[in-house]
Design a binder for this molecule. Structure first.
Ligand SMILES: Cc1cc2nc3c(=O)[nH]c(=O)nc-3n(C[C@H](O)[C@H](O)[C@H](O)COP(=O)(O)O)c2cc1C
Length: 209
């Protein structure tokens, strides 16, 4: 059942078609089971090309993605997962490690040519403040990954239930990339969906001041 509000409650001039809202948010679900349909590497490249255009602080683009796809790489991920996340993650065609680069500022000469010295200024920042800056923008970029994947026709299954230190040691031994969350990607099995949980109403979650 579409959960779209009455069409006339949507602004009519510049809004996307209703079907797009349904695909991105209103009918899109978090998936727990995966159909045996592969995800081509070219689709993952297209995904990143979309994601990278989303906004980040000072255009610093701290997001780093590792697409865990091969059975051997999936086995490296397996021991880091919470028990409830093992089966679905092994089944998913792709599991993205959504991570941030603590050394993101090394790229600023490319990313902010309009601000010479930006990289040096960020490099001189207090490390914890700089880490939080990277975490904030990379987490936002992780949200863009979910929406872009849905827009490309993929289903998503985000997960926080994993041991980040273990993932970082296994996949990022050089020590500068840090995992934020895991994201199963593929074509979801509707039979494995949980019931849709309620959402907060506007008055519970928002204030207009
Ligand atoms: C950051 C984050 C972490 C999550 N961690 C887990 C997890 O470890 N295991 C799991 O089964 N679902 C996890 N979920 C899925 C949420 O429970 C799910 O997205 C939420 O209940 C909404 O479900 P819906 O999109 O089907 O409405 C996580 C979702 C997010 C965004």
């Amino acid at each position: 059942m579409p959960t779209l509000p009455e069409a006339n409650t949507l602004p009519d001039a510049t809004t996307l078609p209703e079907a797009v809202w349904c695909q991105l948010l209103l009918d899109a679900r978090t998936h727990n089971g995966w159909l045996d349909r592969p995800v081509d590497d070219s689709l993952l490249q297209r995904l990143y090309e979309l994601v990278r255009m989303g906004p980040t602080s000072s255009n610093c683009q701290p997001l780093r993605l590792v697409f865990v796809k091969s059975p051997a790489a999936k086995l490296r991920l397996r021991p880091t997962l919470s028990a409830g996340n093992v089966e679905k993650t092994m089944q998913a065609p792709v599991t993205a490690i959504v991570a941030y680069d603590t050394a993101f500022y090394a790229q600023m000469a490319k990313l902010a040519p309009h601000r010479p010295g930006a990289g040096q200024a960020l490099g001189a920042m207090e490390p914890e403040a700089r880490r939080r800056m990277a975490l904030l923008s990379a987490t936002l970029q992780g949200g863009y990954v979910i929406l872009a994947a849905r827009g490309l026709g993929l289903d998503c299954g985000p997960m926080g239930g994993f041991n980040a230190e273990q993932v970082d040691a296994e996949f990022f031994p050089e020590g500068t990339w840090k995992s934020i969350f895991l994201l199963n990607l593929g074509h979801g099995d509707p039979a494995e969906l949980y019931p849709r949980a309620p959402r907060l109403d506007f008055d519970e979650a928002c204030r207009i001041v």
